[in-house]
Design a protein around this ligand. Structure first.
Ligand code: SF4
Length: 227
């Protein structure tokens, strides 16, 4: 409780820049690293594309870039992560579920419980000792993210939450990737605009919601990381 209150007061003092809505993501990242200290910031990346990892690395090469490895990531994503890590010399940290969480069939009957032990708990652990959390959430991801702020405070997790890409469109992402010669996740050209675990991710049809292939038919739209 003491820790929560002290962090809240710190955030109350450290207001977001007045022009945050029009700042380039690189400037939002630099503001975050300057404000909290790069060692106190965690950047979680899903690696459905390379943009956030590249931006964070170039804002500060020491950026703590975290991959949450659920044990159910696509082989293509694992290959892609290694390719990017090598190509850009990313300061990558892979956070896995606790030792007693092993591959099982839980995703077939209990997606909430499966996400809890494979995503939510490891995320919480990745934040140990951190004051700010940078994510790749964008407003165009879908209705549940349409109002995502660039700078906010996650009260439940007691951490500042920064979404530097919140205002970026798909065209912005494509342009940045093109200008910086970033490779794409091999699954993108196969119809996967949003990429998570292989049991819970399907390709989507043209014009469908980007996240329509995630937990398709289960009435679930978020894994619990951003709720
Ligand atoms: S997305 Fe599916 S496989 Fe991955 S953690 Fe959640 S329920 Fe399990």
């Amino acid at each position: 409780m003491v820790d929560y209150c002290s962090r809240m007061s710190a955030v109350t003092v450290l207001h977001a820049p007045a022009d945050v809505e029009t700042m380039h993501p690189t400037d939002v990242l630099r503001w975050t690293f300057d404000t909290y200290g790069v060692d106190n910031v965690v950047v979680t990346v899903s690696f459905e594309d390379a943009v956030l990892a590249h931006l964070a690395h170039h804002a500060d090469p020491r950026a703590d870039i975290v991959l949450l490895d659920t044990q159910y990531l696509f082989a293509e994503t694992l290959w892609y992560v290694e390719e990017l890590r090598r190509r850009f010399d990313l300061n990558l940290r892979v956070v896995r579920p606790l030792a007693d969480v092993v591959p099982d069939n839980r995703w077939q009957t209990d997606v909430e419980g499966c996400c809890q032990v494979r995503k939510v708990e490891p995320l919480q652990r990745s934040m140990d000792g951190k004051a700010a959390w940078i994510t790749g959430v964008r407003r165009v991801d879908g209705p549940t993210r349409a109002n995502a702020p660039i700078v906010s405070y996650d009260i439940g997790r007691s951490i500042a939450k920064i979404n530097p890409l919140a205002t970026w469109t798909d065209a912005d992402m494509d342009l940045y990737a093109q200008l910086n010669d970033l490779p794409a996740n091999p699954l993108t050209e196969r119809g996967y605009p949003s990429i998570g675990c292989w049991p819970c991710t399907k390709p989507v049809a043209p014009g469908e919601d980007k996240r329509a292939g995630r937990w398709s038919g289960l009435g679930k739209t978020e894994c619990g990381l951003h709720t």
